[in-house]
Design a protein around this ligand. Structure first.
Ligand code: AMP
Ligand code: MG
Length: 327
């Protein structure tokens, strides 16, 4: 079985093709970016509509297959921005109906976890999923993927991007903050907000903006930002490992590309005899269609079928709403 998966939850329109043995056949990523300002849902959706046909054609060319040689169409059903989700869902329905292929809608966050399990040796990990919009610690418990901890306000990537914009670094901000942070060495005290198993980044963002407006060095602020925000994420990940009795931590989402975050995760895992797993390919960490295709295969093989009527988008879907039939 070969599946074509479509990702369109936020800024990225992605098309991935994978077979049931986990062989990657294509992974095309078209990301919407802006020179100034954040993502306006209607504009991102327009971007997806503009690139949709080309992305599908490119992915098929990369795989050397025709659409009829695939056996399943998967798409991101949620959570995400409604305007954006609709483009991916419509493209998936069209491909499915036109070519008489089964269709399956999948949960975006669980897809990050499952592609991590495929690409690394992790078997039953706790996932620290840190992307633009999402920040969640997810673990498979009592038959479902549960959110053990999460952000109470903004996602880590958005937090980085907004601060980067504030200090004139442009978008996406995460990699630029990482570069500047490497040049800073003076730790500036910042608010550290962990509430139970959750983190809050809004207050930290305001505090950083004020400090930068007051003229503190950008390099030191970026350095201190990373040390503080990442320590919060590592703290809740460590507690999740302890509570869930697990010894594998998996990283996913675009922010997981950050070397300092990886280093801190590595150190924490070493100290508690756990193992850290990070997919090597950046295109697997960020939003992509490949992970959607892979989760589609797992669900389909476990017997999950979806009628077209069931393929409506679910912008607010939670990971624990999903019935797990494949584990
Ligand atoms: P995603 O939503 O998973 O596609 O990830 C996109 C987010 O990852 C954006 O907010 C980026 O700023 C962030 N990002 C990408 N690379 C890095 C990096 N090296 N360090 C921190 N954040 C990053
Ligand atoms: Mg994502």
């Amino acid at each position: 079985m070969i599946c074509l998966g479509i990702e369109s939850t936020a800024h990225t329109f992605g098309v991935g093709i994978i077979d049931e043995n986990g062989r990657v056949l294509a992974n095309v990523i078209k990301a919407f970016t802006t020179e100034k300002g954040g993502i306006i849902p209607g504009e991102a959706a327009q971007h997806h509509a503009d690139v949709c046909a080309n992305a599908i054609t490119e992915a098929l060319q990369e795989s050397g297959l025709s659409i009829r040689e695939t056996g399943l169409i998967a798409f991101s059903q949620g959570p995400g921005i409604g305007h954006c989700l609709k483009i991916g869902a419509t493209a998936a329905r069209t491909l499915s109906l036109k070519n008489k292929l089964p269709i399956i809608g999948v949960n975006h966050c669980i897809a990050h976890l499952e592609i991590g399990r495929l690409m690394t040796a992790a078997k039953d990990p706790v996932l620290l999923y840190v992307s633009g919009a999402n920040t969640q610690v997810i673990s498979y418990e009592a038959g479902k993927y549960r959110i053990i901890g999460e952000t109470l306000d903004i996602g880590t990537g958005n937090f980085l991007d907004v601060f980067a914009r504030h200090i004139g670094l442009g978008f996406p901000g995460g990699p630029k903050i990482e570069e500047l942070a490497a040049k800073g060495n003076n730790y500036i005290k910042l608010p550290y907000t962990v509430k139970g198993m959750d983190v809050s980044l809004g207050g930290l963002l305001t505090n950083l903006k004020r400090k930068s407006d007051a003229g503190l060095k950008k390099e030191d602020l970026c350095f201190s930002l990373q040390e503080t925000a990442f320590a919060m994420l590592i703290e809740i990940s460590e507690r999740a490992l302890a509570h869930c009795g697990k010894d594998e931590l998996l990283l996913g989402g675009g922010v997981a590309c950050n070397k300092r975050l990886q280093e801190m995760a590595e150190r924490m895992c070493e100290e508690r005899n756990a193992k850290l797993f990070v997919p090597k390919d950046r295109k697997v960490l960020v939003d992509n269609g490949l992970m959607i295709a892979w989760l589609g295969i797992l669900m389909h093989k476990s017997g999950r079928k979806m009628s077209i009527e069931e393929t409506d988008i679910k912008p607010y879907q939670r990971t624990d709403h999903v019935e797990v039939t494949w584990r």
